[in-house]
Write a protein that binds this ligand. Structure first.
Ligand code: NAI
Length: 336
């Protein structure tokens, strides 16, 4: 039995994690869950959105499955998601976007995997006031890009491409304007690419990338980029294949990994049995592959596809179904 930390999360978190653990159990995953509370729920219960027990459990077990956590906008505590990624140096945020059967989308045959640098860029949250006077407020934010971190994420993208029979890596930047920070990222990318002559390499400026992803998404295979661009482009990629409810994500470092849904805590539908567990389920499949339970992941993937094709009536409304979180969960379990 592999011990995995389970953080159900806020909003729809409990509903979707219950669905996912039910499906994994039915498929015979050999996992013992170590449940922990973080985010708004922990803040309300313990006055701390990231209690020490969560950190200790992750330090001990090194793998976590995490539901969405609410982050107050503008004020309040800083994002627990960002804190966990930084604490465990989970530098690779990996988000596949694949066209799924029966999911309505004008974009066909999409199959790309976005590698987003997860610990640097503007996301380090180093902001300060230059001027706080009410009439002339002026704020600044600092972006950090290092050679070392860039090399790690770009190498991870190339390694993934090689291991998974992918043909091309596209590096996305804004080096024409942000010449030092994203210029460095591009420079490192060109150096790393020299070690992977079997994989095609191209670079694109982020605004062009956004347009190309909509015009011709099929041309992208593996994509690697800095933190903020990756945040935006990976949501765009999710939108191409059916939205945030159907795309999973992994945060992987050298000695720890956290798997999570890409969507937020969806407070507007929390507690209504409407939440789509698919995104967290796809993240859980990435987790199963990571801990060496590939066959279980494959069995569940087949059951999901079968459910989507044959039994859409059981799926949640966000993907055009007439069902609920519970009916979807039961249908996947029946198909395993
Ligand atoms: P959101 O992703 O929670 O919701 C956006 C829209 O998508 C809503 O209409 C929601 O109902 C729908 N939606 C999201 N997940 C769904 C699912 N599984 N099934 C069906 N519909 C779904 O984004 P929003 O409203 O901007 O953020 C809410 C909270 O979540 C905020 O506090 C934010 O900070 C947090 N958040 C957390 C993330 C994480 O833990 N990784 C990621 C993004 C946001």
């Amino acid at each position: 039995m592999k011990k995995v930390v389970l953080i159900p999360g806020d909003g729809i978190g409990t509903e979707i994690t219950t669905s996912v653990t039910t499906i994994l159990e039915k498929a015979g995953a050999e996992i013992e869950w170590v449940e922990q509370t973080a985010g708004l729920t922990a803040y309300k219960e313990k006055g701390n959105p990231l209690p020490d027990e969560v950190i200790e459990a992750l330090e001990e077990h090194r793998v976590a499955l995490k539901g969405p956590l609410t982050t107050p906008v503008g004020t309040g505590f800083r994002s627990v998601n960002v804190a966990l990624r930084q604490k465990f140096n989970l530098y690779s945020n990996i988000r596949p976007a694949r066209t799924l059967p029966s999911i309505d989308s004008p974009f066909k045959n999409v199959d790309m995997v976005i590698f987003r640098e997860n610990t640097q860029g503007l996301y380090i949250g180093k902001e300060h006031w230059v001027e706080e006077d009410d009439t002339k407020k002026h704020a600044e934010s600092i972006a950090v890009v290092t050679q070392e971190a860039s090399k790690k994420i770009i190498t991870a993208a190339f390694e993934y491409a090689r291991e998974n029979g992918r043909k091309k890596v596209t590096l996305v930047h804004k080096a024409n304007i942000l010449k030092l920070t994203t210029g460095l990222f591009l420079e490192v990318g060109r150096q790393v690419a020299e070690d992977y002559s079997d994989i095609e390499f191209e670079d694109l400026i982020v605004d062009n990338m956004a347009m190309q992803m909509v015009m011709r998404p099929q041309r992208f295979d593996v994509v690697v980029t800095t933190n903020l661009f990756g945040d935006i482009l990976s949501d765009l990629a999710s939108g191409l294949v059916g939205g945030l409810g159907v795309t999973g994500a992994a945060n992987i470092g050298d000695d720890a990994a956290m798997f999570e849904a890409v969507h937020g805590s969806a407070p507007d539908i929390a507690g209504q049995n409407k939440a789509n567990p698919l995104a967290l389920l796809f993240s859980a499949l990435m987790m199963l592959e990571h801990i060496g339970q590939k066959q279980v992941a494959e069995d569940i993937r087949k059951a999901i596809y079968k459910t989507l094709v044959e039994r859409k009536v059981y799926c949640t409304p966000d993907i055009g179904g007439e069902g609920t979180t519970s009916t979807f969960t039961q249908a996947v379990c029946d198909n395993i």
